[in-house]
Every structure is written in structure tokens, then in C-alpha cells.
Design a protein around this ligand. Structure first.
Ligand code: AMP
Ligand code: MG
Length: 403
């Protein structure tokens, strides 16, 4: 059986960024930039005032309460027409261009207007440059302001607007088809009859796909029947990724590997040395890896863990993201924890930041097996516990995957 690291390497070796496409900025939130973005302007475009006040020459402040002649008033959007000299100042508003000759702006609150034509400056001294933002401090024309691979968040929307990009080149969003397999499954709006359970994996996987920024296509429930599943797989292969839930273990109705083989999907690996999630199946629909196919175990916790470990990184790759949305970090155990088992385990846990700059702590959840989705709702990380029988003491370091 291959390790988690080997399995992930195989998955990533078959995952390539999708094509790029041009989108209106207003619809590009959450997309990945497909090309570097350079600025076509300096920002600010001129030396500008950071406050409402008076622009002056600092060398002319000879003591408190110096009186100056007011040359003119400039507001944001206007350009000054007079040069500031030794006995004159310009009344200036935030964002307006600094007049020639001035080297600082004194705040309005530190002045007293005498009449329309004169002002008293109460400051006795002011360092040169005070309250002025120099032209190009934020960005200069030709600067690369965003790099390909970043996710467009509201802040990036603002910056892209500042540099005049109303159209942006982004990676296409991966399309992910989802099929939940199992004769026992009924949709969540049905009351299960004897022997039946509700399909929780389909909606959960749809939500997981959406949480990673991809587009989910829910193909519903597939009965454990070769022809029905083959038809659903054929439909799912129209997408960039196909996720099947259930039917990949050793049971008599675990038909998914055979169906995938029959529909031309090439197996890359089946079974991974991990708990939960051992039965994971992964393959590609063509040698070029046109559609990535994940057969996730039917147990909800196993499916969830496999999604976080393998599907999410693949979707990041397809979306052209440079930073993975999966975050690894170290925690101190909040309590003693005993591990038993021959497989590396991804144990659901709840982590929290500590006060007083202490390391974050994580508390393993009482986990009642791979079908126990309820315990998982308290979970915000998976602790990575190596195989073996051992007890870790409270305070010991453990690796975790933040989810
Ligand atoms: P399987 O991998 O098909 O053998 O399923 C393993 C276990 O997960 C069984 O107990 C199934 O009933 C359960 N299971 C399978 N699919 C789902 C699903 N979509 N939602 C909830 N539980 C499921
Ligand atoms: Mg099944």
C-alpha cells in the first residue's frame, strides 16, 4: 500500500492548471489570476496631502503663531496654480496635490484662520515631508503589483481597479461532478425506511468543492448497478474532476473500480496507508489526465479526510493557485492521547489559539469511527499521528492540518 505522501505526489503529477479566460473584474471574485498584472500609473499620481491643512515651507516656521498669507485653496481633484513662498501658504484638502515650493502640510487643527486671506500657524516647527505622500510611494508605472496564481479577494479587486483592469485574465474554475453510490441511500429530504440512510456525502462533497472555489455538479445518487454507474461515470467524465463516494472497498456491491475500468478510466492507485480513508481510488480518464477521478470511501469521515488530503490540493493545482488552501501547522496537545494502529491516522481535533503568546493547542475529539459525522462538526483540524501504539502526553507537539 502506498503512503499518503506518495499518493499525493501521484495526484499532483496528474493535476495541471486549466486554460485561462478573460473575465470582467466584477465577476472575478475568488478566481485565480492567470497572468502577472503591472501598473499603468503612479500612485499617488502626484505628491499629495494626507490631511486637511496648509501647505508651507518648513524653513519659514520661526516660532509658534507665525502668520502667513493664504494664496489659494486646493481640494482633491484640483491642481494648485501658485508657488508657496516664504510668507505664504496654500489651504489644501486631503488628497490634493502639494503646490510647488511647499515641503510639508500642517494640520487644520494646528492653525487658526484670521480672515479669508491670512492664517496663524500654531506649530513652531515641523519636519520636512510631514503629511505628504510622495508620488509613486504606493506603486509606480510598470511595477508588477499582483502575480499569477494569487486568488482574487476583495482587496485584489480594489487594487486591480486602481490599476485600471476592468477585464482580468483568470484560470478557468474547475468543474467537479459528484456521484454518491449506494443502494441504501435516499436523498436528504426523504425519510429513510428500514435499512436506508440519507445521502450525507453528496451534499457535503458539493459544499467542500464549493469551499475550494470550484464549481460542483451534483449528479445525485447512483444505485450499485454496473450499467447505472457506468452511465453516471460517462456523464461525470465531461467535467474536469469526477468524485464518486462509496463502492471502492471489498464488498460484493463495491463496483466502482470495475465500472471505472470499463468506462476507460486508468487506475493510478487504489488503497492508501492511512486511517480513515484506506480504500481511496484514484485514476485519470486519459493518459493526459483529462478528468481526474477520485473514488472516495463511503464512510463520511473517510470521504472528508480524503477530500482534504488529496482532492483539495488537486483542485488548487487545476485552479492555478500558487498557495494551497490547506494549511499545516503544529500544535501542543491539550490532553494525553493514546494512539493504537498500524496506519498513520488523521485524527479529528479542535484547535484554538492560546493566550499570552503560548503555542496553539489541539484537543483530539472522541471519535466514534468513520461513520461519526456528528463528532466531526466540532473539528477544525486533523492531527497527523504516525502509526504505532503509543501515548502522547499533554503539551507534546503534534502536526495538524487546519480545515
Ligand atoms: P461503502 O464505501 O460504499 O462500502 O460505504 C461505507 C459506509 O458508508 C456504509 O456504511 C455506507 O452506508 C456509508 N455511506 C456510503 N455512502 C454514503 C453517503 N453518500 N452518505 C452517508 N453514508 C454513506
Ligand atoms: Mg456502498
Amino acid at each position: 500500500m502506498i503512503s499518503v505522501d506518495e499518493a499525493l505526489r501521484h495526484v499532483l503529477d496528474h493535476s495541471f492548471p486549466l486554460a485561462s479566460t478573460s473575465l470582467e473584474l466584477s465577476t472575478a471574485l475568488g478566481c485565480t489570476l492567470a497572468a502577472d498584472v503591472t501598473s499603468d500609473i503612479d500612485s499617488p499620481p502626484h505628491d499629495k496631502s494626507l490631511v486637511d491643512g496648509y501647505a508651507l515651507r518648513t524653513s519659514d516656521l520661526g516660532g509658534a503663531n507665525t502668520q502667513f498669507k493664504v494664496l489659494e485653496e486646493v481640494t482633491a481633484g484640483e491642481m494648485p496654480s501658485c508657488k508657496v513662498t516664504s510668507d505664504s501658504v496654500t489651504r489644501i484638502m486631503t488628497g490634493a496635490a502639494i503646490p510647488e515650493g511647499a515641503d510639508a502640510v500642517v494640520m487644520l487643527e494646528e492653525t487658526a484662520a484670521r480672515d479669508a486671506g491670512t492664517v496663524l500657524i500654531r506649530r513652531s516647527a515641523l519636519p520636512a515631508g510631514s503629511n505628504i505622500m510622495r508620488r509613486g510611494t504606493s506603486l509606480c508605472r510598470g511595477d508588477t503589483v499582483l502575480q499569477a496564481g494569487v486568488t482574487i479577494r476583495p482587496l485584489e479587486v480594489g487594487l486591480l481597479s486602481e490599476v485600471g483592469r476592468s477585464q482580468v485574465l483568470v484560470q478557468e474554475v474547475p468543474r467537479v461532478a459528484i456521484v454518491a453510490t449506494g443502494n441504501e441511500l435516499v436523498p436528504s429530504d426523504h425519510r429513510p425506511e428500514s435499512g436506508q440512510i440519507r445521502n450525507s456525502n453528496g451534499p457535503m462533497l458539493t459544499a467542500l468543492v464549493r469551499s475550494s472555489g470550484a464549481r460542483a455538479v451534483d449528479l445525485g445518487i447512483g444505485r450499485d448497478d454496473h450499467d447505472i454507474l457506468a452511465q453516471l461515470v460517462t456523464e461525470g467524465l465531461q467535467s474536469d474532476v469526477l468524485i464518486l463516494s462509496g463502492g471502492v472497498s471489498a464488498g460484493v456491491l463495491d463496483l466502482v473500480p470495475d465500472v471505472l475500468k470499463a468506462t476507460g478510466v486508468k487506475q493510478v492507485f487504489h488503497k492508501v496507508n492511512l486511517k480513515p480513508g484506506k480504500p481511496l481510488w484514484f485514476g485519470v480518464s486519459s493518459p493526459q489526465g483529462q478528468t481526474l477521478v477520485f473514488g472516495l470511501p463511503g464512510n463520511p469521515v473517510s470521504g472528508f479526510v480524503c477530500f482534504e488530503l488529496f482532492v483539495r490540493p488537486a483542485l488548487d493545482r487545476l485552479a492555478g493557485r500558487t498557495a494551497s488552501t490547506a494549511v499545516r501547522r503544529r500544535f501542543r496537545l491539550a490532553c494525553d492521547h493514546t494512539h493504537r494502529g498500524a496506519r498513520p491516522t488523521y485524527h479529528p481535533a479542535a484547535w484554538e489559539e492560546s493566550v499570552d503568546d503560548q503555542p496553539a493547542t489541539a484537543k483530539p475529539l472522541a471519535w466514534r469511527g468513520s461513520a461519526d459525522l456528528r463528532s466531526l462538526t466540532a473539528c477544525n483540524c486533523l492531527l497527523v499521528l504516525p502509526s504505532g501504539d503509543y501515548t502522547l502526553g499533554a503539551g507534546q507537539w503534534v502536526d495538524g492540518l487546519v480545515i
